[in-house]
Design a protein around this ligand. Structure first.
Ligand code: ARG
Ligand code: ZN
Length: 853
């Protein structure tokens, strides 16, 4: 493999030599094969160019140029391309080819998810459907006809508006769809199936009536209401916040069970992983409901940030993804609690993106090269990309940011553009050093900021030293440009000074005057920049009590706990009374309950791991177990009281108050589980048996699994029997067991692979069982190496079915260079085994070889 892989570089980008004015596609779907007829109108832009179409795994039947059937001497067809030389200035090309969607396990191009025909074309799936200039800067007008058996596939969908229903012929029928908006091939979609649906409508600000449909598997239409409500809210929000209206008569969403990612924004026909559509209180957690709201909005927002204005090449991916994630985060903040949303977004960023940015697969939000583009749908491109847009929003302020986005939409509508074009619009309305800011697009790694404070004679001096880690290849990187929100407080917590500093140098000092005593610093308020703050001797207890910024207050609670955990790692008998006292004060705090639930959470193992130079999980677990136990022991009575104050087992409502109560109550129950007592097990058992929500049941199962093997088994059996026919719920079942803290997890995970519900071809199930196990650090990194061996065997096996899935699983090895020597040795052997496997995909090869470098 290694000598065949081709690396694609941004610097090599060339404009396309042809444009495609229109595409007319006809699909004849059968049980064995699908026949595709593709009629394209071309115009040549570069006199000397041959027509080189992307074509993968296609059975070519016929090539007709301006009515003339071409002999096989007129074109060459290899594994990747179809090349025709000597084509005229303008011409019509008609291609007939055959594909086999039923055999497509990669889930790219046209494939079957259960009984549903569906597509996933981003980034390069369209070339597995028909030969094409499969690149985002070739935009064309698509007309699509789908023909299939009427009984088996009564619903036939494609992009745009429905323009024609063909008279049925024998047992077959057909529908033609037309999308008037020019689009790149990656936004193409087609669906055929026997589906239920719910329908609603939305009137746009300019008075256009839009039909909204959500299609689901038979029998699931009662689980789509929340998705529909979220869609309508998102449509309204984009009109109000960005002045963006929807632009077709119809908006269709289809939920499918087999999907590699979350969802896809195909024009007028979004295709979703069913996990981000289907929900009711009995089967979905509160977190699931929130996830649906955000992904539905995300895909809807892409209609403007992605579809109307798209990417010139795939290096620009963050142009649409970073921006769209920022937009969906703001939407969720407006729909729910903005302070809780911000903390959760930062938590997610740190758990996934910070880890990636400190690993051998670190890359800038705008990568410079790739082997498989599929490997770059990363937390960096998405979540760090969103943080970069957020910094621009902070630098410009709400009003100017809106003017700048208006300008962006006005200027680039209908085009395929670059991140530079977006930044140009921002700069038109912002006072900031654009060239310097652009480093966020070019450099990788999380910058850190060292804080030094000096106070003398009423003057307070803050010295900040920035450190950007070296690039993966060892080369140096420069100091970045970012906004840093700070506040200075007096001893009562009153804010004396609140400021947004601009950080642009490696080291700089800021002076503040007129204090009677040394002020207390609150730094990186709202997490205004995605950096790591390094600050010694902080009075965390004070900030936990008095900080007026909800983010930095939360941060203080986390940092205090982290410092105590590291102290415990040095000496497990260390004095932790100060922390316990501060924690006790949090319990008394009168604040929003879902925010309080976050404040009471102890730092995750991943958070701690990121602070270790050489990673060894054992001492981390020991310290965390100890602190958890001490907290629970000291506050058992208070925690129980808080639990019962907020426990409403029969309330399954989804208003923010009910959700908050569940969040707090379940946080408290999890904290109490550290006691591993009969009493707490009994509380959890009761909650499992009598609560009406999935949120409560999941926490109860989790707690039982960590306390009492016997009770856990009973509850899990009950759960299995109750939900075995619901795959979405079974994902939770597998995930809970794979994340278990109890000895013997690997054996149980291995056995679960044989469960009749488990299916290696369904990505959600693989993620829930294998993916979750790989994040169960204690057992995945077991000193005997069996965790590594298990995962690498799975990667090799799944790579043959679904390379994208295999390469995603390989990500668990990213931590390799930081592991302690004994683990590193074991990891190395298994990783070498993966890269040397014959026929390993370029997806998996790219990730594993980077890790090994
Ligand atoms: N554009 C989609 C989204 O963020 C993600 C699709 C990525 N799919 C893939 N196979 N890489 O909403
Ligand atoms: Zn997206």
């Amino acid at each position: 493999m290694s000598n065949e892989v081709q690396e694609i570089f941004l610097k090599d980008y060339k404009k396309p030599s042809f444009t495609i004015e229109s595409v007319n596609l006809t699909f004849e779907l059968f049980e064995e094969e699908t026949n595709v007829t593709n009629i394209m109108k071309f115009e040549k832009l570069d006199e000397s160019a041959d027509l080189v179409l992307d074509a993968q795994e296609l059975e070519l039947k016929e090539v007709v140029l301006d009515g003339e059937v071409l002999g096989s001497d007129r074109y060459t067809h290899d594994e990747e391309t179809l090349t025709i030389s000597n084509v005229p200035q303008e011409f019509t090309l008609e291609i007939r080819n055959r594909i086999y969607p039923q055999k497509n396990t990669e889930l790219e191009g046209l494939y079957k998810s259960g009984d549903i025909f569906c597509t996933q074309c981003e980034p390069e799936g369209f070339r597995r459907i028909t030969p094409y200039l499969d690149r985002p800067d070739v935009m064309s007008i698509f007309t699509t006809t789908v023909i299939a058996d009427q009984k088996k596939y009564p619903i036939l969908l494609a992009n745009g508006n429905k323009v024609h229903c063909h008279e049925s012929f024998n047992t077959r029928h057909g529908v033609t769809w037309h999308d008037p908006h020019p689009k790149p091939s990656y936004l193409f979609a087609l669906v055929a199936g026997d589906l239920d649906f719910i329908t609603d409508s939305f009137v746009t600000a300019s008075g256009n009536d839009v039909e909204l449909n959500i299609y689901v598997d038979k029998g699931n239409s009662d689980k789509a209401d929340h998705a529909m409500k979220s869609l309508i809210n998102a449509m309204k929000w984009d009109e109000e916040k960005y002045g963006r209206e929807y632009d077709l008569d119809i908006y269709n969403i289809v939920a499918v069970d087999s999907f590699n990612m979350g969802a896809m924004e195909n024009k007028g026909l979004n295709i979703f992983n069913s996990a981000y559509v289907l929900a009711d209180a009995d089967t979905a957690t509160d977190a699931n409901f929130m996830g649906i709201e955000s992904v539905i909005a995300h895909e809807y927002f892409h209609n403007w940030t992605g579809n109307r204005i798209t990417c010139r090449n795939w290096f620009q991916l963050t142009l649409k993804e970073g921006l769209t994630v920022f937009r969906d985060q703001c939407f969720s903040a407006d729909m729910n609690s903005s302070e809780v949303q911000r903390i959760q977004d930062v938590k997610a960023l740190r758990e996934r993106q910070f880890v990636e940015d400190a690993s051998p697969t670190a890359h800038p939000i705008q990568p410079k090269s790739y082997i498989s583009m599929n490997n770059f749908y990363t937390a960096t491109v998405y979540e760090k990309g969103a943080e970069v847009i957020r910094m621009l929003h902070t630098l410009l302020g709400e009003e100017n940011y809106r003017k700048a986005t208006d300008l962006y939409f006005e200027t680039f509508d209908g085009q395929a553009v670059r991140t530079d074009d977006f930044l140009w619009a921002m700069k038109e309305y912002g006072e900031f050093d654009l060239e310097h800011f652009k480093l966020w697009y070019d450099q990788s790694g999380t910058p850190s900021l060292e804080v030094e404070e000096n106070y003398a004679d009423g003057k307070y001096t803050l010295t900040l030293t920035q450190n950007v880690p070296n690039k993966v290849d060892g080369s140096l990187q420069k100091a970045m440009y970012f906004p840093l929100k700070i506040a200075l407080m007096d001893k009562t917590g009153a804010v004396a000074e609140e400021k947004m500093l601009i950080i642009s140098k490696e080291s700089e000092s800021f002076m503040f005057e007129g204090f009677e005593e040394k002020p207390v610093l609150s730094i990186n308020r709202d997490f205004s920049a995605p950096v790591i703050i390094k600050h010694q001797d902080v009075d965390f207890a004070f900030l936990m009590q008095h900080d007026t910024n909800s983010f930095t207050k939360y941060e203080a609670a986390q940092e205090f706990a982290i410092s105590i955990l590291f102290k415990l790692m040095e000496d497990i008998e260390s004095d932790i009374s100060e922390y316990l006292e501060a924690f006790g004060a949090l319990l008394e705090l009168d604040t929003d309950l879902s925010y309080k639930a976050l404040l009471l959470e102890l730092p995750s193992i991943s958070t701690l791991m990121q602070k270790q130079d050489v990673v060894d999980f054992e001492p981390l677990y020991k310290a965390k177990d100890k602190l958890s136990y001490e907290v629970a022991k000291k506050y058992e009575a208070k925690l129980l009281k808080l639990y019962f104050q907020n426990h409403e087992p029969l309330n399954s409502a989804l208003d923010s108050k009910s959700i908050a109560k569940r969040a707090l109550k379940n946080r408290v129950l999890s904290l109490l589980s550290a006691l591993e007592s009969k009493e707490i097990a009994a509380v959890a058992k009761e909650q499992y048996e009598h609560s009406l929500t999935m949120t409560d049941r999941i926490t109860a199962l989790d707690v039982l699994e960590s306390i009492d093997a016997e009770l856990s088994e009973i509850a899990f059996n009950d759960f299995y029997n109750r939900y075995k026919n619901n795959t979405l719920v079974m994902n939770k079942y597998f995930a809970l067991l794979a994340a278990s803290p109890r000895e013997g997890v690997l054996d149980r995970v291995m056995a679960l692979q044989n469960d009749e519900v488990y299916d290696e071809k369904v990505p959600n199930l693989v993620r829930s069982l294998i993916g979750v196990f790989a994040r169960n650090y204690k057992y995945f990194h077991a000193k005997d190496g069996y965790g590594y061996k298990f995962l690498s065997d799975k990667i090799i096996e799944i790579d043959k079915i679904n390379p994208q899935m295999a390469s995603a699983l390989s990500g668990a090895f990213k931590i390799y260079p930081k592991m302690i020597e004994s683990n590193k040795k074991l990891m190395k052997a298994t990783l070498e085994c993966i890269v040397s496997t014959q026929g390993i995909s370029k997806n998996t090869f790219e990730i594993v070889s980077k890790i090994l470098k």
